[in-house]
Design a protein around this ligand. Structure first.
Ligand code: AMP
Ligand code: ZN
Ligand code: FE
Ligand code: FE
Length: 293
């Protein structure tokens, strides 16, 4: 087994949402690449955390429980990572279930539109691809590729189900401030994922910080040049983290599907990120922000 990756990865997805591998398999692959601390951050669910933790215990990989909340607003794509949330928190699970139900309805609506516009695709097939995971556009993209409507998985996001496509249906869910508030209300540590997908970060950041944002994903890499961080982008976000006293987080956004995200452990994250996250965890766990739901 060759350790070709960096030891810390704080952003990954499994079959519990739109990744391609079982949580335990994500951990095994991460371990094989030399990852020692891994956050499993499936969209709107903590369902993979137990399996990941079990696999991690056998392989010497520490698992940080996490989720990624994709929000709806006119601020571009704002995704909020929530670290150190508790899978046994029933009130949180109720909110996550509501988000997952809305995810499912949104995909159903997109399937209806696609069927009405000459791109027949079966909702049953989309559900099969998801294998019980929280439904998302990646599952739909794969079904559209299989049906021959697009030349590749990634192309589906460009021509058929991207934000500018007439088949696109916007999300019913949390606003960016609500997502930050939800994580804080449950004692977790919220970090702004791939900040370049958001518009006007510098302008909006103070509002997010006021709502309880605690981190920003400074260390990130993507084949998509619109959200990739070159060294200057990384420095820009590290400077923002310093200015607003945010933890500088980072990760691969590994999905194992298409070209989205980097390989496991493919992004260098400094050990100081973990120490800073831990410090927030202690503080927030003892005193969760009141008022947010
Ligand atoms: P959804 O949450 O259903 O809107 O789907 C969003 C997810 O689709 C993101 O979290 C990514 O995993 C994936 N995604 C978004 N844009 C692209 C893209 N251009 N290429 C590949 N995957 C994408
Ligand atoms: Zn995803
Ligand atoms: Fe994301
Ligand atoms: Fe992600």
């Amino acid at each position: 087994m060759s350790a070709a990756g960096y030891p810390i990865d704080l952003h990954t997805h499994s079959l519990r949402s739109d990744g391609a591998y079982e949580p335990g398999e994500v951990v095994r692959r991460a371990a094989a690449r030399g990852v020692r601390i891994l956050a499993l951050s499936d969209h709107d669910t903590l369902a993979g955390v137990a399996d990941a933790t079990e696999a991690g215990a056998a392989l010497g990989v520490r698992i940080i429980p996490a989720t990624e909340l994709n929000t709806e607003s006119d601020w571009g794509d704002v995704h909020v990572l929530g670290y150190f949330l508790d899978p046994a928190d029933a009130a949180l699970e109720e909110r996550l279930r509501w988000l997952r139900e809305n995810r499912g309805r949104r995909i159903e609506l997109m399937v209806e539109r696609l069927n009405a516009h000459g791109y027949p695709v079966a909702l049953e097939r989309v559900r099969e691809i998801a294998q019980g995971g929280a439904l998302g556009r990646p599952h739909l993209a794969q079904a559209l590729f299989e049906a021959g409507h697009v030349p590749s998985y990634d192309e589906a996001f460009v021509t058929l189900i991207g934000k500018d496509s007439p088949m696109y249906v916007s999300r019913v869910g949390l606003s960016p401030l609500e997502a930050v508030g939800l994580v804080r209300a449950h004692g977790g540590v919220p970090s702004l994922a791939h900040p370049r997908s958001m518009s006007d970060v510098e302008e909006k950041l103070p509002e997010l910080v006021a709502a309880g944002l605690a981190g920003i994903e400074c260390f990130y890499s993507s084949k998509d040049p619109a959200i990739d961080h070159d060294p200057a982008q990384t420095a820009r976000f590290v400077a923002l983290a310093d200015r607003y006293d945010l933890v500088a987080t980072g990760g691969s956004d590994f999905h194992g599907r298409g070209e989205h995200g980097a390989p496991l452990g493919g992004v260098e994250v400094p050990p100081s990120s973990i120490e800073a996250l831990e410090a927030r965890r202690g503080r927030y766990h003892d005193a969760p922000l009141e008022g947010a739901r």
